[in-house]
Design a protein around this ligand. Structure first.
Ligand code: LFR
Length: 475
């Protein structure tokens, strides 16, 4: 019988459970469950409803029975940096607070004063973002020291969900690197940094790598689902999984396009040179100890928020269409300005930015959307130039992966601003990356190189080239 694996991929705005199996050398996907995710306000903080997410995961697993499939393994990936702390009875000590919560305002500066920017960068290779776990933990230490005192286990969101499934606690490597507490060279928790911050080293768990089996399901869950399966660790950081699904990396810059746009290249070693620090590029840990050298760009979060501010009266496709009807409007914003991380109202924030910079103020939905898409494209182009400057070479292609690669207008804008060939796809890159790691662990695929070959043959990729007219997609 064929082995089916189950990928659970949860992003900041939605989650999905996707079954995957190999059939005559191609990878087949079947989406069995999809649900919404969003930030909620609880006790004065922006939080994730992790218990609701787990309930959705369970509902999705049960649906496997409707599809007549009992997967042999499951793996969960989510966004990075956020975590849950457990007490001595393995109970959560706080809500899972979102990285968009303002509790870390001003904290990064304090930590940098304590540890020195160069040292932190040289040891961890991780970019400076005010929401990294290191700053969240330091904020907690200052604001609620009693919580940290009781903390016995530190689990990142996928680690916690895996724990709920299996009862096993571990910190998966790719996500752990996003804490800025993992040494990029030893690949272990950096005890010196943790001690200097006065955090309890003991709460950090053993680091486990993608492809390792964490355990099988708790017996209570086996009864509930009617079958058992193993949790095989994928790259639990969604971006880590997504980049595994880029079909061709040679001379290619990828953009993992979702709530965030992650733009960069893959490397065999971390690059911590001054230029990389100045441009604020990160070296996130990947499978087989590869590194994703990339930077975070504010991404489709901006348009998601714009849509929400219009009370969801327009679909994303409608916003794209409206923006194409606007010709004489050219105001742009710096999407990487921190003011766009969690403004009270994204539309007003964009308008205010344009006013402050003496540009025409966007009023119509089409103008707002055009401003967002063009500003994103400009930011991508800046990052492309920075990458070419750091590597002292020209990259030929850009490959956009993830849900955002369905935005044809944005793909074309990228081709126009970069004047490079742009490939778009696969759309479900993150789930695919998650699944291939499980299939490699099961011995069904030899290695990641072979997996990329399979992905190339299995999924549609569109190509865009420079054009100064309308969106122009070939094949
Ligand atoms: C994308 C992502 C990015 C990370 C951001 C916050 O979903 O995981 O890689 O920087 O979310 O966790």
């Amino acid at each position: 019988m064929k082995n089916h694996c189950l990928a659970v991929d949860i992003g900041a705005s939605s989650g999905r459970l996707i079954l995957g199996d190999l059939h005559e050398g191609t990878l087949h996907l079947e989406e069995i469950h999809r649900f919404e995710n969003q930030i909620i306000e609880k006790k004065g903080h922006y939080c994730w409803d992790v218990e609701a997410l787990f309930a959705e995961i369970k509902a999705g697993i049960k649906k496997c029975n409707d599809f007549g499939v009992q997967p042999v393994s499951i793996g969960i990936d989510t966004w990075a940096v956020d975590f849950v702390l457990l007490d001595e009875h393995d109970q959560p000590l706080t809500e899972a607070i979102s990285y968009r919560d303002p509790r870390t305002d001003g904290i990064m500066e304090e930590v940098v004063d304590l540890l020195m920017e160069e040292r932190l960068y040289l040891e961890t290779g991780i970019q400076f973002q005010k929401f990294n776990t290191i700053y969240q933990l330091y904020a907690l230490k200052k604001q609620n020291p009693e919580v940290l005192e009781k903390a016995k286990s530190f689990l990142m969101i996928p680690d916690y969900l895996h724990y709920l499934l299996t009862g096993e606690k571990a910190n998966e490597y790719t996500n752990a690197t996003s804490t800025q507490l993992i040494n990029a060279f030893t690949k272990k928790w950096d005890k010196e940094i943790i001690d200097t911050l006065g955090l309890n080293f003991e709460m950090f768990q053993e680091i486990k790598m993608p492809k390792e089996t964490l355990g099988s399901l708790r017996s209570k869950l086996v009864e509930e689902f009617g079958f058992d399966m193993d949790v095989i660790l994928p790259a639990t950081h969604d971006t880590g999984s997504a980049v595994l699904a880029v079909p061709e990396l040679e001379d290619t810059i990828y953009i993992s396009s979702g709530t965030w746009s992650l733009i960069g290249v893959e490397n065999h070693f971390p690059i911590c040179v001054t230029k990389a620090l100045d441009y604020n590029f990160t070296n996130e840990g990947g499978m087989d100890y590869q590194f994703r050298f990339l930077k975070n760009i504010m991404g489709l979060w901006m348009i998601q928020e714009v849509r929400r501010n219009y009370n969801n009266q327009y679909t994303f496709a409608e916003l794209v269409e409206l923006s194409q009807d606007v010709s004489l409007f050219n105001s742009t914003v710096n999407v990487d300005d921190q003011r766009f991380l969690k403004p009270d109202n994204m539309i007003e924030e964009i308008q205010q930015y344009c006013q402050e910079t003496n540009q025409q103020i966007p009023e119509q939905p089409g103008e707002i959307a055009k401003c967002v898409f063009e500003s994103l494209a400009n930011s991508y182009q800046k990052a492309v130039s920075e990458l070419e400057d750091i590597f002292e070479k020209v990259f030929n292609t850009v490959n956009v992966i993830g849900g955002g690669c369905q935005n044809e207008l944005l793909n074309q804008l990228i081709a126009n601003v970069t004047q490079k060939e742009v490939y778009a796809g696969p759309v479900e890159a993150t789930a695919i990356g998650n699944l291939v790691v499980q299939l490699i662990a099961l011995g069904e695929i030899k290695d990641i190189e072979k997996a990329r070959h399979i992905i190339k043959q299995s999924f549609e990729v569109k190509k865009y080239v420079y054009s100064n007219g309308n969106p122009f997609c070939i094949g």
